[in-house]
Write a protein that binds this ligand. Structure first.
Ligand code: GDP
Ligand code: MG
Length: 163
């Protein structure tokens, strides 16, 4: 079986764009409106010769963040079962939000290895967000731009030990 990599993060950080970038086809819906991805989506990804199944999630998008525990966590929990590694995505331009911190707390309780990704990091506008992301406690974030295809080699290096 191919290793499974799951993409997790709050709405609008670019999860579906990352999925599309790694799968190379427009399989996941991308939209400016949070919550467009209704379900989990599976794709076959290749990253510099590394082959894996990638899963786009919307577990934190279906409900008001104030009701975080409930159904959202159940969905994410279900997705994490069988995952070899999780890509935890933050928006480098927006910086760290309370929901990012909530998701980080949740992921720390899980046994799946985490690769932190600071997406939207093209140009210099993402620099403060990349620095802030260290505070989440998952080490150095992979600076990435799904839209511009930047950071693929660093993502490869971060993923390779886990798959
Ligand atoms: P999701 O809700 O996490 O799945 O986020 P989407 O993939 O739907 O993207 C949300 C918005 O962020 C869209 O307008 C994307 O075009 C934009 N976006 C995604 N990746 C990047 C990136 O690398 N740089 C910039 N500037 N915008 C991005
Ligand atoms: Mg999405």
């Amino acid at each position: 079986m191919r290793p499974q990599v799951i993409i997790i993060g709050r709405p609008n950080v670019g999860k579906s764009t990352i999925f599309n970038r790694l799968v190379g086809k427009k399989l996941a819906l991308v939209d400016d409106q949070p919550g467009v991805t209704r379900d989990r989506r599976f794709g076959e990804a290749t990253l510099l010769g590394l082959d894996f199944t990638i899963v786009d999630t919307a577990g934190w998008e279906d409900e008001d963040p104030s009701t975080l525990p409930g159904r959202m966590r159940k969905q994410t929990e279900a997705s994490l079962i069988g995952a070899d590694v999780a890509l935890f995505v933050i928006d480098a331009r927006a910086g760290i939000t309370p929901l990012d911190e909530e998701i980080a707390r949740y992921l720390r309780q899980n046994r799946v290895p985490i690769v932190l990704m600071a997406n939207k990091a093209e140009g210099r506008q993402g620099d403060p967000g990349i620095f802030e992301a260290f505070s989440l406690g998952f080490g150095e974030p992979v600076a990435f731009s799904a839209e511009h295809g930047q950071g693929l080699a660093d993502l490869f290096e971060a993923l390779r030990p886990h798959i």
